[in-house]
Design a protein around this ligand. Structure first.
Ligand code: CP
Ligand code: NVA
Length: 309
């Protein structure tokens, strides 16, 4: 049976470990300049209904490096934008390609694609979730801080797609996790209920409370794609949620700062803090490539690469 990656909770803890292990190996091979091409003859369709730099490039280059090919599809140049139903698009694409990656608005579009496609579907960001980002973040935390299960992440800012996928990661790995968001901008309620089963889960509107004892301070934009009209009210609501030196004083002395990018310096993070942690932040961006190659290998190569017992 085909597998999808529409959300982090689509995979088990063991599968997550497998992907992170494979990403490490794939990153090593690339650093040594050794070609690794298990996806020769395989094609990936990439549907982008929203802008992207990292997701688009890392999936396209990732497919190419694995020996396969990626096809970029924008709604304006395909029948998707003219209203062809998603269930038809899913079945048509499944006749041509071996996998579909989609960046879109409603999570329901990702879920419908997964339901109707006979090939694996990967969520490259929806309004609700951004699982590929958080998989890469877990890998990055492994490199800088060790096993993500024992690392406390504090997310400061909007309870958006990135925050929701972080909640899913904390649920999957039973890892300590805190989130500080202003009232009315919290994460998904169902995920909060699930995450609350872990005594190490904190939901607060006080950034200082969230970063206490945190090993990783994480933030994302205050205005996500599609929310441009709310820019003024959002900037006001998130005023006290900037990652600055004053906030970092409340965290572990050796805490690192992460950002999924793109960043708006002076809003969610100061220029100074951003530059001080730029090595972590750009490694985080680089790791999208390695982790997604592991994901593509697992989903597209077939059962031969299923995680070993
Ligand atoms: N972090 C991330 O997904 O970046 P893009 O929007 O550039 O793909
Ligand atoms: N929350 C942001 C993430 C961008 C990668 C957005 O959806 O625009």
């Amino acid at each position: 049976m085909k597998r999808d990656f529409t959300r982090l909770l689509d995979i088990t803890k063991k599968e997550c470990d497998h992907l992170l292990k494979r990403a490490k190996r794939i990153k090593e091979l690339r650093r040594k300049g050794k070609p690794y091409q298990p996806l020769k003859g395989k094609n990936l369709a990439m549907i982008f209904e929203k802008a992207s730099t990292r997701t688009r490039i890392s999936f396209e280059i990732g497919m190419q490096e694995l020996g396969g090919h990626a096809v970029f599809l924008s709604p304006t140049e395909t029948q998707i934008g003219r209203g062809e139903p998603i269930q038809d698009t899913a079945r048509v694409l499944s006749r041509y390609v071996h996998g579909i990656m989609v960046r879109t608005f409603a999570q329901g579009i990702v879920d419908d694609l997964a339901q109707w496609a006979t090939v694996p579907v990967i969520n490259g960001l929806s309004d609700q979730l951004h699982p590929c980002q958080i998989l890469a973040d877990l890998f990055t935390i492994g490199e800088y801080k060790g096993d993500p299960r024992n690392v406390k992440v504090a997310y400061i800012g909007d309870g958006n797609n990135v925050a929701n996928s972080w909640l899913e990661a904390a649920i999957l790995l039973k890892a300590p996790f805190a989130i500080a968001a202003p009232k009315g901008y919290g994460p998904d309620r169902e995920l909060v209920v699930m995450a609350s089963k872990n005594p190490d889960f904190v939901l607060t509107d006080d950034p200082k409370e969230a970063v206490r004892d945190a090993d990783v301070i994480y933030t994302d934009v205050w205005v996500s794609m599609g929310q441009e009209k709310e820019k003024t009210s959002r900037k006001k609501a998130f005023k006290g949620y900037k990652i600055d030196d004053r906030l970092l004083k409340a965290a572990h002395r050796d805490a690192i700062v992460m950002h999924c990018l793109p960043a708006y310096r002076g809003q969610e993070i100061t220029d100074d803090v951003f530059e001080r942690f730029s090595d972590v932040i750009f490694t985080q961006a680089e790791n999208r490539l390695h982790v997604q190659k592991a994901l593509l290998e697992w989903l597209l190569k077939g059962p031969a690469t299923a995680p070993a017992e």
